[in-house]
Design a binder for this molecule. Sequence first.
Ligand SMILES: C[S@@+](CC[C@H](N)C(=O)[O-])C[C@H]1O[C@@H](n2cnc3c(N)ncnc32)[C@H](O)[C@@H]1O
Length: 219
Amino acid sequence: MTFTNTLTDPRVGTTLSRMFAAAADDDFAAAGIADRPGGFAAMSPQEQADAAARIYMPISAAGGQLLYSLVRAVRPATVVEFGTSFGISTLHLAAAVRDNGTGRVVSTELNADKAAAARRAFAETGLDDVVTVLEGDARETLADLDAGADFVLLDGWKDLCLPVLRLLEPRLAPGTLVVADDVELDGLRPYLDYVRDPANGYQSVTFPVEDGMEISCRL
Ligand SMILES: C[S@@+](CC[C@H](N)C(=O)[O-])C[C@H]1O[C@@H](n2cnc3c(N)ncnc32)[C@H](O)[C@@H]1O
């Protein structure tokens, strides 16, 4: 019996290894950003995205394996991702969609150079036919989504995860999983408070992969 797992396709494995290796230099690439006048927090989301144009900030390897497994299990028609960066998380989502034999990934990225680099990575892995990268602010690009959001990954700027979730909520059917990365970051606190409040219609739990992923099921 043969088993299909596109994460083990040499093109995908080689590209992911290269990207994770490059991401190991994130601290070096980030040096100096926080020292700019006013600091990172004082910048607009676009200014932050452009200042971070060389920084991967990816999900962890285990987080990617978790996402792959969840998408295999759920078999979503449309996966929506907030925060493509160079495409590490997107490759895991797209590999699962490929192996499901159905579905697509719609991902959105604010920085133009990153969006272009991600598209190149999807082409070199042969997964570009299942991924659409929307370039721009997710609060605008996802407002006109032409379908339901059947599986959601929120990994853009943490203070925007709650506004993006609220934007997508009308498209979330009961049972939809919403995953947010980096539960330890302060900026995600309003989001975590929201999805953990039963009054807001989620069953939410932190999954202990590196950096922590919050998995919330729409009720
Ligand atoms: C943590 S990184 C994403 C990492 C990516 N998910 C991965 O695992 O490789 C966050 C990304 O979100 C992008 N971003 C931040 N705010 C955004 C917005 N409002 N709309 C679209 N992208 C945004 C940033 O430019 C940055 O590349």
